[in-house]
Design a protein around this ligand. Structure first.
Ligand code: NAP
Length: 459
């Protein structure tokens, strides 16, 4: 039975989802994007409650209440730096829900279910179950509950692919024999195991990209379930989710110059990579006062922020330093690497929060030619995205990744807490270059000290 109100609300909801993605693509309109996404979901929930009001409405309302009670604190209290693992957890819940609804639909309709519907259902259950365990492992790695190192062993690709083959074979068998419910259990078990094996063999550094790929799996499985349940909104929302996750994964892997195959099966990150002779090299460490003297005479400064700025919540201190420099007539720009931080746009969001004018943010391709003519580059808690090994060391896991050419400025000020490597575990040669001044400490504290030291300098 068609309900014009429900169908109309579904259209409104779908339009709001599309607008949400459109607005999210730009920092200046991202709040509107967030609003549209929330509004679209509220309309979708309202329409669904109306559409299924004759069937156990109390169960639906109960599910909404449980979701709100569990989801609100997760949404409100999770730190910005933990958003990737929070996203992994929501994919885990979403994909498990899709897989379980698919299984329920099978038990409701079998054995009279037609072959086409059952093949779609089987495919979505395989994707849903593997996304559940894959996302749970991604969450555990990013949250530090288990080691971020890839679990590597001989023949792991054959074991993983063999497990996937069992899941696919069980799906085919189920389609041919719809009454054989045991095949569904085999399908579910093999898909769950495959998700686990796939992600446990991937290093923690690749988890954000893996999450984007799993996001696309979850979306595709939701869209497939929409076909089975004849729910058009689920088809639209699942397709948007699936395609945006895929596009995000492509953007991230391009920015790292890596292929999906390399990310999923390369086992990158098993070891911490140091450069030849690394042990004997000595970095030069300086104080905030030393750096203040250098900055005082700088005519041009480029600030390169990274994950450490997010950890230290140093974006406001960065802006204050930039303001102080600009007040002295120094030209200040911010260099934004597409995968600085832990998610695309991470730096843009933090700097926008600190009211940094959008025109001062320079994308990598545009800012890189400017480094050779720049007096000082100030690296604030970035590491991998500045590592020259990406340009020079063919044996480095970072080789080929486009980086910010901060080392080409006359002086590099590097602010971080220790000499440790970044997310990828690769030692950074930049620490030891003669034009690099290492200032060790929490980014917010160092920048605050630096600002105070600059103010104390007499003209
Ligand atoms: P990074 O390589 O992880 O380095 C961040 C640095 O920040 C660390 O070396 C750390 O050194 C320092 N740090 C941490 N807390 C700090 C604090 N409180 N104060 C000062 N420094 C602090 O970060 P990145 O250069 O931004 O590179 C991003 C990495 O994530 C890349 O490897 C990228 O491929 C990966 N990734 C990103 C995305 C994305 O979408 N953004 C997606 C996939 C992968 P100390 O511990 O010594 O302080």
């Amino acid at each position: 039975m068609t309900d014009v109100v429900v169908d109309s609300l579904y259209v409104v909801s779908a339009v709001l989802f599309v607008l949400s993605l459109k607005f999210m693509a730009d920092v200046r309109t991202s709040r509107a994007g967030n609003f549209c996404g929330v509004a679209g979901m509220m309309v979708a929930i309202g329409a669904t409650l109306r559409a299924y009001q004759t069937q156990n409405i109390e169960l639906l309302v109960g599910a909404v209440i449980v979701g709100v009670v569990l989801g609100s604190p997760i949404g409100l209290k999770v730190a910005m730096t933990a958003v990737p693992q929070r996203t992994a957890m929501s994919h885990a819940f979403g994909s498990l829900a899709v897989a379980l609804v698919g299984a329920a639909e099978y038990y409701r309709s079998a054995p009279g279910i037609d072959a086409f519907t059952l093949s779609v259902l089987s495919g979505e259950m395989v994707l849903g179950f593997l996304t559940f365990t894959g996302s749970t492992i991604a969450f555990a790695k990013l949250q530090g509950l288990i080691s971020g190192k890839p679990l590597l062993y001989r023949g792991r690709i054959y074991v993983s692919m063999g497990t996937l083959a069992v899941a696919v074979a069980a799906s085919v068998y189920l389609v041919a024999n719809p009454g054989q419910g045991t095949a569904l259990l085999v399908l579910a078990g093999a898909a769950l195991l495959f998700g686990f094996l796939l992600v446990i063999a991937i290093g923690g550094a690749d988890m954000p990209t893996v999450i984007a790929i799993l996001n696309s799996f979850a979306g595709i499985s939701a869209a497939a379930l929409g076909f089975v349940l004849d729910n058009r909104l689920l088809i639209v929302a699942g397709t948007l989710d699936g395609s945006s996750g895929l596009i995000l994964g492509i953007i991230m892997s391009r920015a790292m110059n890596r292929s999906f195959t390399n990310i999923l099966f390369g086992g990158v990150g098993a070891t911490t990579t140091s450069s030849p002779g690394a042990d004997s090299r000595v970095a030069q460490t300086y104080t905030a006062e030393d750096v203040a003297t250098i900055l005082r005479y700088a005519r041009s400064v480029i600030i390169a922020p990274g994950y450490g700025m997010a950890v230290a919540q140093a974006q406001h201190a960065v802006k204050e330093l930039a303001d102080a420099l600009q007040a002295r007539g120094t030209d200040v720009k911010y260099a934004i690497h597409p995968v600085a931080g832990r998610m695309p746009g991470h730096m843009n969001v933090l700097l926008a929060e600190a009211q940094v004018p959008y025109e001062q943010l320079w994308e990598m391709d545009k800012v890189n030619p400017l480094f050779p003519g720049t007096d000082v580059s100030v690296v604030v808690g970035a590491n991998d995205v500045t590592n020259p090994a990406a340009r020079t060391r063919a044996d480095s896991p970072l080789y080929g990744m486009p980086i910010l050419d901060v080392d080409k400025a006359r002086t590099v000020v590097f602010i971080k807490r220790s000499m440790g490597p970044g997310f990828s575990g690769v030692d950074n040669d930049l620490f030891y270059l003669p034009n690099t001044m290492m200032v060790l400490g929490d980014a917010k504290k160092v920048l605050t000290d630096l600002l105070a030291a600059m103010r104390n300098l007499k003209d």
